[in-house]
Design a protein around this ligand. Structure first.
Ligand SMILES: *Cc1c(COP(=O)(O)O)cnc(C)c1O
Length: 481
């Protein structure tokens, strides 16, 4: 399998080359040259592997379609090491929980539990694999990597828990001082591993992101200190996420003649883009429903054909903060496919129109109709009041506490649901991460998994810093030399 840029750069690359890279050299995102196609017998075989051998074996089968520069037995071992009951809490790894009562008839609505990994958000599903892949590939090359990131919560903790103790990798994670939830701060700052560095910046999330950009733009520094990233445009993360669409499909259906729909609480479009890839491979997905919060860039596009990025000032701070985006960094991948893989037009849109005008308009392009008709996309949005109502309703009817992001998904799924097709809503985090809104909705604290009892009281390791690029650089220097 070779990978190409969405903006038409002539180079073709192998998986391990793009694993440690961010953007393609022309600013585009990497996609496989084609999506491997699964016919009926291949799908039947995967269902059997899922049933008899479980998630790790399924992950190996799907990954091996896209990765041919890691020996098969090594890749199998990496998958087995990553997806264990010990790390993800259950033998199924991603069990479904029914959201329709026992008395009601099929087809049902389900939650797919993706948030039982070390940091209680779905990002662990991909990041844990990335940790093992990085350690493996860096070891093979005899290289080291220093991951520099900015987080408002979920990404940073998932990256740190994936990379802690890994050979050849250090993490320098900036976050806005005092702005993450107390639980999220405790999760990150209580890590005492030598290769994990928490940097709390006196500022907001955008200050952190600006620092990361400034450091990455200093090419000499970047090369000298081997700076890399683990953000959501990384193809390996997206690929790891493809696997749980298969596992969700096999659990929600009795045989491969059936269709299943998915609703995905979305921000940067990484999670739902993995669903798009699964569908392109031939997994019988009826609809892919994109759920947004008040920051509805994506919902607006799927309703109107107009994609209008928001300014930072126009991006609202909501109670589902991991979906508070001004533009969706993975969206270019889908648009490339929507345009029939026209790299010149993708380059024109994402390389020029968006940065110059702040929007693009496909409403008059006949291919826009394909987003729903051919690619199965639908969308909807949710508000704070919707989240509260949905959290209350799901708790009253099913005795389940769901987090605010998952609530956005359940709200939109309920509106967009086809009565004849099972609907799987991806559970993207556990409620304990966003306790304040749960208390507002239910008047009580969310359940706390046993391993997180008292983490707020643990010793913390965090370096406080001004929003100053030079300070961050010299901190990195000091800890790399
Ligand atoms: C990251 C995140 C999202 C958004 O996922 P994307 O892949 O960026 O669309 C939704 N919910 C939670 C809890 C998250 O952490």
């Amino acid at each position: 399998m070779r990978y190409q840029s969405t903006r038409g750069h002539p180079d073709r690359k192998q998986f391990c080359e793009i694993l440690l890279e961010g953007l393609a050299p022309d600013g585009g995102l990497y996609l496989p040259e084609n999506y491997p196609q699964l016919d009926a017998s291949a799908l039947a075989r995967l269902r059997e592997i899922w049933q008899n051998q479980g998630y790790a074996a399924l992950a190996f089968e799907i990954l091996s379609l896209y990765i041919d520069d890691i020996p098969r037995e090594d890749l199998r071992a990496l998958c087995q090491k990553t997806y264990t009951q010990e790390v993800f809490g259950t033998p199924e790894i991603v069990p479904l929980k029914p959201l329709t009562g026992a008395g009601q008839k099929h087809p049902q609505m389900f939650l797919e539990a993706l948030s039982n990994g070390p940091t209680l958000a779905f990002k662990d599903m991909a990041m844990q694999l990335l940790g093992h892949l990085f350690e493996y590939e860096l070891g093979r090359r005899g290289e080291t990597l220093n991951i520099l990131g900015a987080t408002s919560g979920d990404t940073g903790s998932a990256a740190e828990y994936a990379m802690r103790g890994k050979k050849g990798v250090r993490v320098f994670m900036t976050s806005p001082n005092g702005r993450m939830s107390p639980f999220q701060q405790a999760q990150m700052f209580s890590l005492l591993d030598e290769n994990i560095h928490n940097i709390a910046i006196d500022g907001v999330f955008d200050d952190c992101q600006d620092i990361v950009k400034a450091v990455s733009n200093d090419l000499a520094f970047k090369r000298r200190y081997k700076i890399g990233t683990v953000n959501s445009i990384n193809w390996a993360r997206l690929l790891a996420q493809v696997v749980y669409y298969f596992a969700g499909y096999f659990q929600a259906s009795q045989d491969n003649g059936q269709k299943v729909s998915f609703t995905v609480p979305s921000g940067n479009f990484g999670n739902v883009c993995a669903g798009h890839v699964a569908r392109m491979m031939g997994l019988p997905i009826a609809k892919l429903v994109v759920a947004t919060n008040e920051n509805d860039v994506l919902d607006e596009f799927f309703r109107t054909g107009v994609y209008r990025v928001r300014t930072t000032a126009n991006t609202l701070e909501t109670s589902s903060p991991s979906m508070d985006i001004s533009k969706a960094s993975n969206f270019e991948r889908f648009v490339f496919d929507l345009l029939g893989r026209d790299a010149a037009q993708t380059r024109q849109i994402f390389g020029q129109a968006l940065s110059q005008e702040g929007f693009f308009d496909l409403s008059a392009d006949p291919r826009f109709a394909n987003a729903a008709a051919v690619f199965g996309f639908q969308s909807g949005r949710s508000t704070h009041a919707d989240r509260l109502k949905t959290i209350q309703r799901v708790f009253a009817e099913h005795g389940l506490m769901i987090d605010t992001h998952t609530a956005d998904g359940v709200k939109v799924a309920t509106e967009r649901r086809d009565p004849l097709v099972p609907m799987v809503v991806l559970e993207t985090a556990l409620p304990i991460k966003f306790a304040a809104t749960i208390v507002e909705a239910l008047g009580r604290q969310p359940e706390r998994p046993a391993q997180f009892e008292g983490i707020e009281l643990l010793p913390k390791r965090v370096q406080l810093m001004q929003a100053d690029v030079e300070q961050v650089k010299s901190y990195i220097q000091k800890h790399c030399d």
